[in-house]
Design a protein around this ligand. Structure first.
Ligand code: NAI
Length: 466
């Protein structure tokens, strides 16, 4: 068997990016992947297919709600769900084959199958054992459910995000458990396609971890779009037949009053857990955290020499781009360079319409630390471009800065293209910029980005358009 410098286990965004970086740095690299196609959860059953469905359903929403006012007359299109799914599958195919092309271009071997690590320096796939000076575990995560709820993606009634991307038809009634990123993105898709969507969330707000003003505005916007969101409610159980389900829940304030929701489909979106099955980590003595993640040091080294881990299997936000950054950084560490990830500047994006994007620390967390801060907020109602695309209502840019130095510590954006605009703030934070630096930078007119500049102006002498 070939002797590799690095074998990476898993071809998701963490693993495939790491492999490309390793190859670029001159390391002989292979990736073990058991799926039929490369790209992991993100490309096959996560980020990419959901974005295709979000785009298609947004187009329908525009046709139904905004075309007439823009002088585009005629009957709104109807949904051909089979075709929409095949468009989604085509988008997946283009992206997964793109990774295969990149592997060939960079001379990375794809070892097909599921890996076990019998010992440091050895990776077994089926009957074959391969030698590797370094092993990087990038095996990702799987959806986790809650007690009393059994997911059965094949049954198509109680599903996780994978099942929800491939339903046989658009359900009449969809109940979503969990108002996190997955619940709200896929809840939005089906609400736009005509489902009656009810989201049940345990916490008192959507998207736990965001600032309260962001959560409130986001919830209001989603409710206006037709999502019924019940917060502060714990799901007690789901009873499913072959074609229907009943979801019982109780408000945390009234735990004894159990309510029941009827559903054609239930989407369980209550988080994900690291996927390490079959790797043989226990026998190897790889140290795990209490939450079932692989424990690593600051250079992504596990407790066993020569074995590294990155992405959803280790600590930190379960985000494709966090895994990608770690993938590049660990490649550099293995190649003897200085790989680094700034965990303080990792954006988070919810791809609804409008999008929600955050970076850095929240206002609440900084206040809890006793840090002296000020905030600059600018509503998209004052942004000409957002008004032109019907996305001005309810959204805003909020910059959170140090009260004395004006240095940017965090930000949140609810608005059109928020997921792209957040990067202006990310780069600013990487350079230790102040709000004034953004305020003094000329921003093209008319753009959504002007709202970022206005929020920066709001940290100083005041914004112009509010
Ligand atoms: P999440 O952690 O974002 O949200 C789960 C939600 O379920 C939380 O709000 C939680 O309070 C709620 N919950 C838990 N138990 C409950 C119960 N018994 N009853 C009612 N609500 C309950 O997890 P999600 O949405 O499943 O996503 C999984 C991971 O995938 C996350 O780490 C997320 O960041 C990532 N992801 C990121 C995307 C993006 O960046 N756009 C898209 C999709 C997923």
């Amino acid at each position: 068997m070939a002797q590799y410098d690095v074998i990476i286990i898993g071809a998701g965004p963490g693993g495939y990016v790491s492999a490309i970086r390793c190859a670029q740095l001159g390391l002989k690299t292979a990736v073990v992947e058991g799926r039929e196609t490369l790209g992991g959860t993100c490309l096959n059953v996560g980020c990419i297919p959901s974005k295709a469905l979000l785009h298609a359903s947004h187009m329908l929403h525009e046709a139904e709600h905004n075309f007439a006012s823009m002088g585009l007359k005629g009957k709104a299109p109807s949904v051909d769900w089979k075709q929409m799914k095949s468009y989604k599958d085509d988008v997946i195919g283009q992206n997964t084959s793109g990774i295969e092309f990149l592997f060939k271009k960079n001379k990375i071997d794809w070892i097909k199958g599921w890996a076990t690590i019998p010992a440091a320096g050895k990776v077994q796939v089926g009957d074959e054992t391969h030698d590797a000076k370094n092993i990087v575990i990038a095996s990702g995560s799987v959806a986790s459910s809650i007690p009393g709820v059994e997911v059965d993606n094949d049954g198509k009634v109680v599903v996780d995000s994978t099942g929800a991307l491939d339903l046989p038809k658009v359900p009449k009634k969809l109940v979503v458990i969990g108002a996190g990123v997955i619940g709200l993105e896929l809840g939005s898709v089906y609400a736009r396609l005509g489902s009656e969507v009810t989201v049940v969330e345990y916490m008192d707000a959507v998207c736990p971890g965001m600032d309260a003003d962001v959560q409130r505005s986001f919830k209001r916007i989603l409710e206006k779009q037709g999502l019924n969101i019940i917060t502060g409610a714990a799901v007690k159980g789901v009873e499913a037949t072959k074609s229907k389900a009943k979801v019982s829940y109780a408000l945390n304030k009234k735990p004894d009053d159990v309510e029941v929701l009827d559903a054609d489909v239930v989407l369980v979106a209550t988080g994900r857990k690291p996927f390490t099955d079959g790797l043989g980590l226990e026998a190897l003595g790889v140290q795990m955290t209490q939450r079932g993640q692989i424990a690593t040091d600051a250079h992504w080294k596990t407790s066993v020499d020569g074995i590294y881990a990155i992405g959803d299997v280790i600590e930190g936000p379960m985000l494709a781009h966090k895994a990608e950054d770690e993938g590049m950084a660990v490649a550099e560490v293995i190649a003897g360079k200085h790989g680094h990830v700034n965990y303080g500047v990792i954006p988070g994006v919810v791809y609804t319409t409008p999008e929600v994007a955050t970076v850095g620390q929240t206002e609440a967390a900084l206040k809890a630390e006793g840090r002296k801060i000020k905030t600059g907020k600018f509503m998209f109602m004052g942004n000409a471009r957002a008004k032109a695309v019907h996305q001005a209502e309810g959204g805003f840019v909020k910059l959170i800065v140090d009260a004395e130095t004006d240095r940017i510590l965090g930000a949140a954006i609810i608005g059109p293209a928020a997921g792209d605009m957040i990067h202006e703030i990310c780069v600013s934070m990487e350079f230790g910029a102040s709000a004034q630096d953004i305020a003094l930078t000329c921003h093209a007119h008319p753009t959504y980005s002007e709202a970022v500049r206005e929020a920066a102006l709001a940290c100083g002498d005041g914004p112009i358009h509010s």
